[in-house]
Design a protein around this ligand. Structure first.
Ligand code: SF4
Length: 374
């Protein structure tokens, strides 16, 4: 367990003072730092989870043009919200944000709650997001603990416990809370996260430029490269999928993934994960049948795309197919549709499927107009 006994006040005050003055002088001029609107702050916190600032900025700005208030977001169809999120990944964030907006609009008159338990009860609000919104939007004294904060604290205090263990996380939360300067939580939380993003980076920390270098235990002991402590990396699994691009009268068969689980609510072409030595063609036809309940015939091989998700990688082999028989129905999905190319452009697809769509466009195959039978 990390040592969370009360810090000497001189150390605590030095950390607070130096971090805050460094932050005021050096922080990045980010769009969500120019507002005190809790909805905008909340949106930035949802988008920034697991995602780099540079990636988030254009999404944040486009999203706010599309949904400028919590009421606009609450009223929007889920397909529109997922489309605005398309490419940002971790789509459960978008679904939760949408549900939270609906709850804020309906139950709280459109005002983001400023009470911990009320905010934490909304969809998608874990301890980090709750503390971030309350501290940044309302300046309440709640410490945030995200990946940047964990790295900074692990090095500053030379913590040698595995930071993925729940007990260590509890202790880190306690430590972060003890360091928080009362009344300055918003700026201080952002200062620690900014230090982790710009100076105390994972691989090449800039210790010579660090405002808290003189009180950093890991730097003094030469253990910076070993902090934070994490378990050894496991091998990332790799899965092979066969994907059916099924044509019928100028339309393509698409399926909406179930709400629960990976990429929930996004659209995709029917597909299956290959079992053992199953041929890719057999796998493709099985995927079409299992997803949408129709039979198809394979006409030609399509493109192959590769994509890395957070915990696994996929290779997707596409096949151009013709619909043969059966009325499309949502068998192993939420909804199926025979979509025009324009509809496909307007709906939200996963990044791997969007790569397939791009390859269809490049080959001028998206407007394919051969006829099939129903
Ligand atoms: Fe991180 Fe180096 Fe600063 Fe310590 S001195 S907090 S390791 S950047």
């Amino acid at each position: 367990m990390p040592d969370t006994s009360p810090l000497p006040s001189s150390t605590r005050n030095a950390i607070r003072r130096r971090l805050l003055s460094w932050y005021y002088a050096s922080h990045r001029d980010l769009p969500w730092r120019k507002t005190s609107d809790p909805y905008r702050i909340l949106l930035s916190e949802f988008m920034l989870q697991q995602t780099q600032v540079a990636t988030v900025i254009p999404y944040y700005e486009r999203f706010l043009k599309r949904f400028p208030t919590v009421h606009h977001l609450a009223k929007a169809p889920q397909d529109d919200v997922l489309k605005a999120w398309e490419g940002l990944g971790y789509y459960s964030r978008a679904r939760n944000l949408h549900r939270a907006a609906a709850a804020i609009a309906t139950d709280h008159g459109g005002s983001v709650p400023d009470t911990y338990d009320v905010l934490a009860a909304l969809p998608g609000f874990g301890p980090y997001t709750t503390a971030a919104v309350l501290s940044i939007a309302y300046d309440q004294d709640h410490a945030v603990v995200d990946g940047n904060v964990i790295r900074v604290l692990s090095r500053l205090f030379d913590l040698n416990q595995d930071v993925t263990l729940p007990a260590t996380r509890v202790s880190l939360q306690t430590l972060a809370q003890r360091l928080l300067p009362p009344g300055q939580a918003g700026s201080y939380n952002q200062a620690v996260m900014e230090l982790g993003a710009l100076v105390c980076t994972p691989r090449t920390p800039q210790c010579t430029d660090c405002p808290v270098a003189t009180v950093c235990k890991a730097r003094r002991r030469g253990t910076v490269g070993q902090r934070p402590v994490k378990p050894p990396r496991t091998i990332t699994p790799h899965y092979t999928y066969a994907v059916g691009i099924v044509y019928k009268k100028g339309r393509l068969l698409i399926a909406k993934r179930p709400q629960k689980g990976l990429l929930g609510g996004l659209w995709e072409f029917p597909a299956a994960r290959r079992n053992g030595n199953e041929s890719l063609k057999a796998c493709c036809l099985r995927g079409i049948e299992e997803t949408a309940g129709v039979s198809a015939s394979i006409k030609q091989r399509g493109s192959t795309v590769r994509h890395a998700y957070s915990h696994f990688r996929v290779t997707m082999h596409a096949f151009h197919c013709m619909h043969e028989s059966g009325r499309a129905r949502a068998a192993a999905c939420e909804e199926v549709r025979w979509a025009t190319p324009a509809e496909i452009d307007a709906l939200a697809f996963s990044r791997a499927n969007r790569k397939l769509i791009d390859s269809l466009k490049q080959a001028d195959l998206l407007g394919f107009s051969a006829t099939g039978s129903e």
